[in-house]
Each structure stands twice: as C-alpha cells, then as structure tokens.
Design a protein. Structure first.
Lengths: 352, 345
C-alpha cells in the first residue's frame, strides 16, 4: 500500500519537488515511492518568508522595511538535502558544463531503460510575465533516443527536450532554449545542473517508515519554530503586529505587495493554497495507513487551504484592500498555522 | 580583495578530518562543539561492507558518507553544496569569504596535504580519500593561503597554484572537483537536545534498518555478511590482492593512521556528552559499549596491519581471527544501537 504511488490518488494536488523525487526513484530504481510520503520527507510544508533573490537568506529582524524584496511560501530551500538525509540516501550534485551535462541526460535515457534526469531550472522557463524573480524549479528531463553522446552541443541544440514538473505539468522546448534556464548562476539556490539520488535498500520499509517520518516532523517543527520570526505562525503574528503599529498606514502597500508576489510566484506551477491541500492529503494518507490516530490535523489543513484560497481571491481581485482586511487575513492564517503546529506536536507525542 | 588577511582561528587537532574542520567552523561561530560532538551530530558512525564478487572488489567503511549534509540538517545550519568548474572563480569565492571573516572548510586532494602524505606509506597513498582542511587566511602578494590540517597544530602555507590543483585534480575518489559548501549560520542553531536525538535516530536507522546503499552492505546486515565472508577472502583473492585490500581497510578504518578505535571512541565521547545534556544516565552505559567496541576495533586494525606487513602463507589462514573479532564488535554494537533506539524514541 505504501508503494501505490499515484494509482489510488486523485492527483488534483501534486508538488514539484515531491513529484520529481517520487518519479525519479520509481524510474531509476524501480521503487514505487508515494509522492505524499516524499513530500513529508522533504520538510517543505511550513510557511517561511524568503528573499526573492536568496532563498537561503533570512533576515534577523521582522522589520517590514526590509521586507520589500520578500515573499511567503511553503518551500524548503534544502528540500533535496533534507529528503536525502531523512531517507538515509546519498545525494550527488553535478555541475560540469551544459554540453557534458546535456550529454548525461541523453546517455541516461538511452542506456538505462529510459531513465529521466533530475535537474533544476529557473522559473523563467515559463516565460513568466508577472515580474517574479528567477526561482528554482525541479524537473525530470529526457531527450529522444535519436541523439547520442557522440554528438556535439550544436547538434543537441535543435533537439526537443521534455521536462516534467509535476502531475499534469510538463513542457517541451529545444535544448538551446532550455540551456538559457539551466545553468543559472548568481543565486545561492541554483547549486547544480543535475542531481543523483541513491536511496538505500531497507530490510523492512514499512517498519522503518514511522522512524523516518518522525525525524522529518521533528525537522519540520524545528524549521518553523526555531527560525527567526519569519517562519510558521510567528510570521503572521509579527506581520499583524507590524500592521497594528503602523498607525499612519505607511506599510500597507508593502504587505499587499508581499502577498501579491507570493501568489504570483505560486501561480507559476499552479499552487493556489501554499500546498495545504496536498499536505492534508499526505496526513489523510498517514491516517489510512494507521500511522496517525486522528483526522484533526487533516481537517485543520483543509481549512487552512480554504483560507489561503480565499486570501488569494481577495488579493487578486479586489482593487483596494484595507488594513482591517489584511489584519483579518493574518489572523486567519496565523490561527491555522498555529493549529497545524500544535497538531504536529501532538502527532509526534503520540509516537513516543 | 585585500592584500593580506588572517582570521583569528582556534584550531584543535584531532583524528577525523571532517569533524575537526567543522568543529573549528562551528566554534568560530560561537558554538562550542568538539570533534566528537560534530562526529555524532553528523550521524558519522557507520559500518559499510562492500563486496562485489565478480570484480573481486571488497572494502570496509567506518564513517558515514553523508556526515556533513547530516550535520547541517540536524543542527539547522543552512549549507548548500555547490560545484564550481572554474578554479580561479572558486578560489576568489574562498578569498571573499575570508575577507568577510569566515574561515572555509573544504575538501582537498590528499596528495597536496604535506603532513598527510609525509606519514602515509607510499604503497597506501592511492587509497587516501579526499581530505577536509580549513582555510583561514591568504597573502595575495606571496600568492599563498593559510590552512589547518586536522592532525597538525601549526598552520600550513599553500601556494595559490597548488591550492587550485589540490581542489580540482586527481583520481575520482581523491578529486574534490571544486565542491564548496555555501554555509549560512543563523542567530541560533537548533536546540542541542533535539539535534542530538535526530542525529542518534539517523545513526540507528543506518545500523538497524538499512541493508544496502550503492555497493555497500550497511549496518547490522553488512556486519553479518562481512563476518561470514571475511573468512573466504583468502580463497577468493590472490595474496597480492588480499594485501592491497588490507592496506585499503587500514587506511579507511584509521583515517590514514589518525584515528584509533574505528571512530568508536569519538562516538562514545559524543554519547557521554549527550548523556549529560539530555540527562539520560543510561546513555553512559551505552557509551561504555562503544568504548569496548573501540578497543576491539583497535585489535582488528592491529591484526590488519600485522597481516599486511608480515606476509606469509600462514597469515592468510588467520582471517578467521578477523572474523571472530568482527563478530564480537557486531555483538557490542547491535546491543548499543538497540538500546540507543529504545531510550531516544
């Protein structure tokens, strides 16, 4: 049952990195690894505020003046690393040059039973016209068998490369264009062209899964409670306080900008609710597996998903938004984040 | 870039190059974590047995291949490994980091580490893996860098030229290919109690639940396989091949001669420190088990060393002694890890 992957799941929710890892491991090692379990092991379910140009950076303060270039999302900049250490896998990165790396893509597909290669590209690959910065997006790529490793880059340039981002989201473009979005330098998150994940073989995966999940949840809780005030429920608490202290309404526009940018960024891959719906599915799956006792966390996450969708509708459709409206948004988001954190702690305590 | 820069850096020599290097970096950031603490927090303890019958490829590994990634994730330090393919660009990044007052821990080709090469016999140099050092200063006029090696007290000067070569040349296992961690320390690392539990749990999973990763049989499964197969080595390998295998095992189990007790002393010390932090007196007893295991590992390494130097037909039949020792070590360690899992659940 653990290994059903997508077969028993209505994939109305799918996540970029979890999909790529799940598909990658399935294709390369013939281990069906459910996308929902992958998602939980990446610890990407907590809300964090990032700099648009540097996902690794977090400011020490929660001063709205420095938030001009920030946005909110449920993304873990170390998702691949976190997944790898949680599952006890080996992660290898490679960043040689475009020609050699594209040859690896062709070689893998040609020689290893149509294996796709895990890569990182810039979100600008979607011809984004919404003025978001270049954000990292994982992809599974492959080249048609007609092109081999003996060809040079010029011959590769005109070939069509296929990129899968998540369920029902893929793209085809020629290698020449693809390379423009590939070896992105200058930002701290684009650390390689290609990734290799080597998962371990367990003697009894179902038996060890609770241990793996427990470690992931501890890690997730640490990420959203031990960071600066820019993570988890603390973030919304601090944002709301900033608004309340801003009696002259000088910062209102900045708050709206942060939310607008965050939703525009989410739109790139069709994320409307900060993946709260997906997370609800993940915990529902754990409930079905009898790994958690209560559906409380699932219910909270569904309500949280609704809150994010409502917020998005308001931010995207209403022309003038008042301080009271933004305050209410923060209150609602704070409430569900806080509840999620409490439920997560409860899940952990049940496993002790 | 300035003309000359030297960061005030406190270096405590030790046996595990990765743990010594990152202990220095953490201390520089104000976290007083010893070599043993870093080794434990990086879930560094490991047993891996590689056995590929057809190609007669065997090996034993006693440290985790993921120690630095695990250390980052377990402590909450944001570190992203980046591969640079341009040597001068990579050097400039390192110099910039030093300009900003941050020492840089990095992997180096062991053949460019004078101290290490001096103490390693010629015939075993090819088995040395990439080596962690810390770069703490530079002189752009003399074109030299100042670095610290784990076993030496004093800093070492390396020319820019040798440094770039040492960062991106050599055989596959010895070439660091300009890998560099982009590290970001926040105000605080995670609470130490939680980091310790996370690290211990991961070490336990490696030992109790993982069977195989790549060509290595891991943990208890690897031990069982190795105990059985080690008796057969002399039947499967020629004396030359066996001698080379023993040389390789000597290098990997002693950190090229710098580590005693197969890294188990470090883990034992980490458990002792953790016992007082977590207020878990039962952990002291488990620490003692690993101390005993370290003693047995010393005997094992001693035998390995004897056999590789004193070759005679008779010695090859003595593999059963290695097997018996390994069985005793296995019994101690499985007991240690089972207890550790129980008390840190």
């Amino acid at each position: 049952m653990l290994f059903n992957r997508h077969s028993n799941l209505k994939m109305n929710y799918s996540n970029n990195i979890a999909y790529c890892i799940s598909e990658y491991i399935n294709r390369r090692y013939n281990i069906a690894f459910d996308e929902r379990i992958c998602y939980l092991l990446t610890c990407s379910s907590g809300i964090q505020m990032f700099y648009r140009d540097s996902a690794l950076m977090q400011d020490k303060s929660v001063d709205i003046k420095s938030m001009d270039k920030c946005y909110i999302e449920s993304f873990n900049p170390l998702a691949l690393e976190t997944f790898s250490t949680n599952i006890r896998a080996i992660l290898r990165i490679d960043h040689n040059n475009d020609l050699n790396d594209i040859k690896w893509v062709a070689y893998d597909f040609d020689n290893f039973n149509s294996m796709k290669t895990l890569v990182l590209v810039s979100s600008n690959i979607f011809n984004d016209k919404t003025h978001t910065s270049s954000h990292p997006i994982y992809g599974l790529v492959h080249l048609p068998k007609s092109i081999g490793v003996e060809n040079d880059l010029d011959e590769f340039r005109t070939q069509t490369i296929n990129i899968d981002f998540k369920v029902n989201s893929s793209k085809k473009l020629n290698v020449g264009s693809f390379c423009n979005y590939w070896s992105v330098s200058g930002t701290d998150i684009f650390n390689a062209n290609r990734y290799v994940i080597i998962p371990p073989k367990y003697n009894d995966f179902e038996k060890v899964l609770p241990y793996l999940l427990k470690n992931s949840f501890i890690n997730q809780l640490l990420i959203i409670t031990e960071g600066s005030g820019r993570v988890g429920s603390q973030l919304f608490y601090n944002l709301k306080n900033d608004l309340l202290n801003d009696t002259a309404s000088k910062n209102l526009l900045k708050h709206i900008n942060i939310l607008q940018y965050s939703f525009r960024k989410g739109d790139i891959l069709g994320v409307t609710d900060m993946d709260k719906g997906l997370l609800a599915n993940c915990f529902e799956y754990l409930y079905q597996l009898n790994l958690i006792k209560s559906m409380e966390i699932v219910d909270t996450l569904r309500l949280s998903s609704r809150a994010w969708i409502d917020t998005r509708d308001l931010i995207k459709t209403k022309k003038k938004i008042s301080i009271i409206e933004i305050t209410e948004i923060y209150d609602r988001l704070y409430h569900y984040e806080f509840l999620f954190e409490q439920h997560l702690k409860k899940v952990l305590s049940e496993w002790n | 870039m300035e003309l000359k820069k030297a960061i005030k850096y406190k270096h405590n020599p030790g046996g595990s190059c990765a743990s010594v290097a990152w202990s220095g970096i953490f201390k520089h950031q104000g976290y007083n974590l010893s070599e043993a603490d870093i080794f434990g927090l990086g879930s560094g303890l490991y047993f891996g047995y590689c056995a590929v019958g057809e190609s007669k490829l065997f090996d034993i590994s006693l440290t985790s291949p993921n120690i630095v990634d695990d250390l980052m994730i377990n402590t909450g330090v944001r570190g992203k490994l980046i591969q640079h393919h341009n040597n001068p660009d990579c050097l400039n990044l390192i110099l910039k980091s030093i300009d900003n007052g941050n020492p840089v821990a990095l992997l180096f080709n062991p053949h460019y580490c004078e101290g290490l090469i001096r103490v390693t016999p010629d015939e075993t140099k090819k088995y040395l893996p990439t080596h962690w050092i810390v770069v703490t200063g530079y002189d752009s006029k003399a074109k030299t860098l100042t670095s610290y090696d784990n076993r030496q007290f004093n800093p070492i000067e390396i020319s820019f030229e040798n440094f770039m070569a040492g960062r991106n040349t050599g055989l596959f296992d010895q070439n660091p290919r300009n890998f560099l961690y982009n590290v970001l320390f926040f105000d605080n690392i995670y609470p130490l109690e939680t980091s310790i539990k996370l690290a211990i749990q991961k070490t336990c999973i490696n030992f109790l639940d993982v069977e195989k990763i790549m060509s290595f049989y891991v943990g208890s499964y690897g031990f069982e396989k190795c105990v059985r197969q080690i008796r057969q080595w002399n039947l499967m390998l020629s004396p030359d091949q066996l001698q080379q295998l023993l040389q390789k095992i000597y290098i990997s189990s002693t950190g090229a001669g710098g580590i005693k007790g197969g890294y188990r002393n470090l883990f034992s010390k980490f458990l002792e420190n953790s016992a007082s932090i977590l207020n878990m007196p039962e952990m002291y007893k488990i620490a003692d088990l690993f101390k005993e295991s370290a003693y047995k590992w010393n005997l094992f390494v001693q035998k390995v060393s004897e056999y590789q130097h004193e070759y005679s037909e008779l010695n090859w039949g003595k593999n059963s002694e290695l097997s018996n020792l390994l069985q005793q070590i296995y019994d101690l360690e499985i007991s240690g890890f089972t207890s550790l899992r129980r008390i840190t659940k």
